[in-house]
Design a protein around this ligand. Structure first.
Ligand code: SF4
Ligand code: SF4
Ligand code: SF4
Length: 306
């Protein structure tokens, strides 16, 4: 069953927006923790008791009063700090929050997919996550009334080209648009623009035509864009898929699941990765650690069985 936007008692909202927190992500985390607690307790809306319990987790080592005093010292001179935080908290309350986040790069002219198509792909992936009940299933797995709910969020990044400006290699699931070049019959002018455009050193001009070293080529598509004669064209486009990327203490570059996959495989891979994540891991950190230990086989098996 689909989750609906959780309502809040007015009094609970007012307690929430006045919490002395120093970053809007803490508000988002507290909001999700309160909603998780409310749904676990069978409440139809977040109550004062729910938000007070979450506050108890936040201010366990330092009391709320001391935290406020400490924050006042730290932001001395910034007279609007608490007002800004309250506005952010109200905005966060108005949004439906999920335990997954799908981001795109800022989609400049280098993109291999138009801005609207990349946005559409983002929406389709978000819909898939909702269909798979990712938020609810993560909630169900949380070991207790955890205040750091956001640590369990699945992060997805889409990039319009291999430059990877949305950092897909550092996310739970990364998708990069790729394009495989091919040499056509159109006469090469010998301008060397493709050679200059190739950051991988994968092209040489021999006998008046380009030769591509497939071992070096990473399917960025830059040579095709650079070629003025149509000698180089895109043979096919697809998706490079990465899983288990992580920044921080357990730093890990995402494992490459596919160098170039089609759309059907992309969604199968997404579903298989989510299934592996939700059945075996508690949060992205454990997912990365599992992939380090077991490799990609558990995901490939799920893809082939689907
Ligand atoms: S990833 Fe590529 S398309 Fe996206 S913003 Fe960066 S350079 Fe542009
Ligand atoms: S697609 Fe990119 S890496 Fe491959 S040959 Fe062209 S420019 Fe080089
Ligand atoms: S960019 Fe095109 S025309 Fe110029 S050298 Fe490369 S293949 Fe030939």
């Amino acid at each position: 069953m689909r989750r609906h936007k959780m309502e809040w008692e007015e009094a609970a909202k007012e307690i929430f927006v006045k919490m002395p927190l120093q970053h809007e992500n803490f508000f988002l985390d507290a909001k999700m923790a309160a909603e998780y607690l409310a749904s676990k307790n069978g409440h139809k809306q977040v109550t004062i008791q729910d938000i007070e319990k979450v506050k108890g987790k936040y201010f366990i080592q330092v009391s709320e009063t001391d935290q406020r005093k400490e924050l006042e010292k730290r932001v001395a001179g910034d007279v609007n700090f608490f007002q800004r935080m309250e506005q952010s908290a109200r905005r966060i309350l108005d949004k439906d929050s999920e335990l997954f986040q799908v981001e795109t790069c800022y989609t400049c002219k280098n993109t291999l997919l138009s801005l609207s198509m990349l946005s559409k792909l983002k929406d389709e992936i978000s819909s898939k996550f909702k269909e798979l009940r990712v938020t609810e299933r993560i909630y169900e797995k949380l070991p207790g009334e955890r205040s750091r709910v956001l640590h369990n969020r699945i992060n997805v990044a889409l990039s319009g080209c291999q430059a990877g400006c949305s950092f897909p290699e550092t996310k739970t699931f990364g998708v990069v648009l790729v394009s495989m070049p091919m040499v056509t019959d159109a006469v090469c002018s010998g301008c060397f623009d493709c050679v200059d455009a190739c950051s991988q050193g994968a092209i040489v001009i021999r006998g008046g035509a380009p030769k591509i070293n497939n071992d070096l080529c990473d399917h960025c598509g830059a040579c095709v864009k650079a070629c003025p004669t149509g000698t180089l064209e895109s043979f096919r486009q697809g998706y490079r898929i990465l899983v288990g990327g992580k920044l921080g203490r357990l730093h890990q570059r995402g494992f490459e699941l596919y160098k170039m996959a089609d759309r059907e495989t992309l969604f199968k891979a997404l579903e298989a990765s989510v299934d592996f994540f939700l059945t075996r891991a508690n949060g992205p950190k454990e997912f990365t650690a599992l992939l380090r230990r077991e490799g990609l086989s558990p995901i490939y098996q799920r893809i082939y069985q689907s």
